[in-house]
Design a protein around this ligand. Structure first.
Ligand SMILES: Cc1cc2nc3c(=O)[nH]c(=O)nc-3n(C[C@H](O)[C@H](O)[C@H](O)COP(=O)(O)O)c2cc1C
Length: 216
């Protein structure tokens, strides 16, 4: 490791003695996720609903980016984006994807392996209406993931849509939408002392979920 990064190698953190136990864990990983999300929100950490979404291209190239969790229930995890973006193109061809919540302040991580499906037009419209007007116009102005010649071009496009929609409701752009990620595997990681971390992994089986403890 280059000397300027030496301190990273020496970084050590002793995790709080807070366990994750089979006996006290919820039967369903989405219920368990709800408990941990509530604790992450209570901790005051910045954007606990930010999650890393990884997709895989048709050539097998994985890519990751952050998105915001905007809802979840027993059906899965919901986020919104542009279907024509790189991630949207990946998901259209290969709906298998992964999510990662990296909740460092509470020494927790949640990993999800999931299958994505597009939200209905009604679900998309209901959420789009809640967005601030600036974000609604931005959704029209950005052909997400496409190259753009300059910041100025982007701002000109934004201004043109602002004018186009002046005095009326901004409709949902044709390529804007969202996905529900149906979990197949969910792993909860709790940091523990001496690197003896807890890892409980739920895997979907025919009649529910199976839980396995994995070595840290
Ligand atoms: C904290 C955070 C939250 C983000 N949330 C979203 C989101 O909910 N939807 C989205 O499309 N992009 C979101 N982005 C931007 C994406 O990370 C990414 O740059 C964008 O979606 C284009 O990704 P792609 O070209 O791989 O498709 C977020 C970025 C950050 C840092």
């Amino acid at each position: 490791m280059p000397p300027e990064h030496d301190h990273l190698a020496r970084l050590r953190h002793e995790y709080a003695d807070r366990g994750l136990d089979e006996a006290e864990a919820a039967a369903d990983p989405l219920a368990q996720f709800g408990l941990w999300l509530a604790e992450a929100l209570d901790s005051g950490m910045h954007e606990p609903n930010a999650m890393v979404l990884s997709t895989v291209s048709t050539t097998g190239q994985p890519s990751s980016r952050m998105v915001l969790l905007k809802g979840f229930d027993e059906r899965g995890f919901v986020f919104f984006t542009n279907h024509a973006s790189r991630k949207g193109v990946d998901l259209a061809a290969n709906p298998a994807c992964a999510l990662l919540f990296g909740w460092h302040p509470v020494e927790r991580q949640v990993r999800v392996e999931a299958i994505a499906s597009a939200l209905s037009a009604d679900e998309v419209a209901a959420y789009f209406r809640l967005r601030p007007r600036g974000a609604q116009i931005g959704a029209w102005a950005s052909r997400q993931s496409q190259p753009v010649s300059s910041r100025e071009e982007l701002e000109r496009t934004y201004a043109a849509y602002e004018e186009q929609f002046a005095g009326r409701e901004v409709p949902v752009p044709p390529t804007w939408g969202g996905y529900r990620l149906r979990p197949e595997v969910v792993e909860f990681w709790q940091g523990r002392a001496g690197r003896m971390h807890d890892r409980l992994e739920w895997t979907r089986v025919d009649d529910g979920w199976q839980v396995v403890r994995r070595q840290p």
